[in-house]
Design a protein around this ligand. Structure first.
Ligand code: PLP
Length: 493
């Protein structure tokens, strides 16, 4: 259960208190200016807090207890796939053969590591229905950019330089139009229709000789499967464009269908979402990109290759778009994903998809009587509800999200996708037990009732957290990241 919030004793520093004991140094005193340029030498002692080891320990332990993560509670953040990170992944990632090797070691010494990467590439190619995979990109967004650069290189090689537009649905993850722009394309928005799916007629209108690609998430960010996908693929291909699949959250389709079979030419996956890598807090990610045959020559180099049971980096790739990340990508995350795939097996991955979809539909139907459901069809791994009904009582979706903190839950994604009013996007993932889903549903239903009976209390939430509502813009734009008594005290107010 939640820890009681102890009163904050902020300033604990007293001159002379120390939290460490170091042995005497046997390195001779040396004039600093012999080692460092003058401008880099401190003139005054740093104003660091002076505390005992116990105070230091309590400080950091208290901070860690205030953190909320998958290991502390339910985390239904839609489009983020905050699923359990199996601890066996950590054990394999820590094995000396993986953790203590260096990417610049000669190939002959790291054959095992290369084999693991090669097998992972093969497994991801199989799961997505692609012909070849690169593990270089370090995040979903970098995968998107890499994939679009590949499509760009292909069009250029074919002399089709007039293909300047990438079509993106209005429900797409924000990284999609951003990646298109960074890759040098203009993005064109295609509308969502009343089914919550891409408006096929509108897609046909915006597709033409300028179309370089359609970027699609399927199931889309409303959690709905684009049932017209084959017709959409035909439309784009007949116009000479290519299809890009945003597979960040693939845990509704693994083992059931494959982007390659739906007509997609390029796909990225988020190993730090679907494949159980820990994420959030800016941790290392991995966004491998898979491609169909015609795009293989453009893949980032060097390309991991196998010949007579020997693995090596093929650097002779004249058409490659170049390297997008140093040799191994984020290797540790790849070890974790590989462990996960080997642990689950093909049947296990299919079960993952079935449970992800079952959990999301169960939760959606439990909430349906209390919240507006803009799209009533069965969902895939996630779903959206709208706080329209509560808004009429003066309670916004933001208020309900804050109130969830009092119940001890991380709120779902809110106000995204932007085409749904007062949106809440909920993704329970397959790793949650029914009891957890029920407890969360009870909390949500409780808040819906509070909105009717005591709207003010919900508007003023959270009531039990250490701090109330923060200025999120200031926190992002002007974060206070260093110890400084004055600013620290000010920011506590
Ligand atoms: C998370 C996500 C991304 C971006 O992935 P990052 O690793 O955060 O860059 C892209 N698309 C979708 C649908 C996502 O959920």
């Amino acid at each position: 259960m939640k820890q009681p919030n102890q009163p904050l004793i902020f300033e604990q520093s007293r001159p002379g208190r120390v939290a460490y004991s170091l042995p005497e140094t046997n390195i001779p005193e040396q004039s600093l200016s012999d080692i460092l340029p003058g401008a880099n030498i401190r003139e005054e002692e740093p104003a660091l807090p002076e505390v005992s080891e116990l105070q230091l320990m309590r400080h950091y332990t208290a901070l860690s207890n205030r953190n909320y993560g998958v290991d502390s509670g339910f985390y239904p953040l839609g489009s983020c796939t905050m699923k359990y990170n199996p601890k066996i992944n950590e054990e394999t990632a820590r094995m000396a053969g993986f953790a203590a090797t260096h990417p610049y070691q000669p190939e002959a010494q790291v054959q095992g590591n290369l084999e693991m990467m090669y097998d992972l590439q093969q497994a991801l190619a199989e799961i997505t229905g692609m012909d070849e995979v690169t593990l270089q990109p370090a995040a979903g967004a970098q995968g998107e950019w890499t994939g679009l650069m590949l499509i760009r290189a292909l069009h250029e090689a074919n002399g089709e330089t007039g293909r300047t537009e990438v079509i993106v649905p209005d429900s797409a993850h924000g990284t999609n139009p951003a990646s298109a722009t960074v890759a040098g394309f203009d993005h064109v928005t295609v509308r969502t229709d009343e089914r919550g799916l891409v408006d096929l007629e509108h897609l046909k209108e915006v597709t033409g000789e300028k179309t370089a690609a359609l970027m699609l998430t399927n199931p889309n960010t409303l959690g709905l499967f684009e049932e017209d996908i084959m017709e959409m693929a035909d439309t784009i291909h007949q116009a000479g464009g290519r299809l890009y699949y945003d597979g960040a959250n693939s845990n509704a389709i693994m083992g059931i269908t494959r982007p390659g079979d739906m007509g997609f030419d390029v796909v990225h996956l988020n190993l730090h979402k679907t494949f159980t890598g820990p994420h959030g807090g800016g941790g290392p990610g991995s966004g491998p990109v898979g491609v169909k045959k015609e795009l293989i020559p453009y893949l980032p180099g060097p390309v991991l290759t196998k010949e007579n049971d020997t693995y090596y980096w093929d650097k002779d790739r004249p058409h490659s778009i170049g390297r997008v990340k140093p040799y191994y990508g984020n290797f540790g995350i790849n070890v974790r994903a590989y462990t996960y795939i080997r642990t689950m097996g093909a049947e296990g991955l299919k079960k993952v998809s079935e449970y992800a979809v079952l959990n999301a539909n169960y939760l959606m139907r439990r909430l349906e009587p209390y919240f507006d459901l803009p799209y009533g069809r069965h969902c895939k791994h996630e779903f959206v509800i709208s706080g329209r009904r509560q808004k009429k009582l003066g309670v916004r979706t933001l208020d309900m999200a804050k109130r969830l903190l009092d119940y001890g839950y991380h709120p779902p994604t809110i106000y995204f996708p932007i085409n749904v009013e007062e949106c809440m996007m909920i993704e329970p993932t397959e790793t949650e037990a029914k009891e957890t889903l029920d407890a969360f549903a009870d909390a949500m239903i409780g808040i819906a009732k509070e909105a009717e009976e005591d709207p003010e209390m919900v508007q003023e939430a959270p009531h039990t957290t250490v701090v109330g509502r923060l200025d999120e813009t200031l926190a992002a734009r002007k974060p206070v990241l260093t110890y400084n008594t004055e600013t620290s005290l000010k920011s506590m107010k």
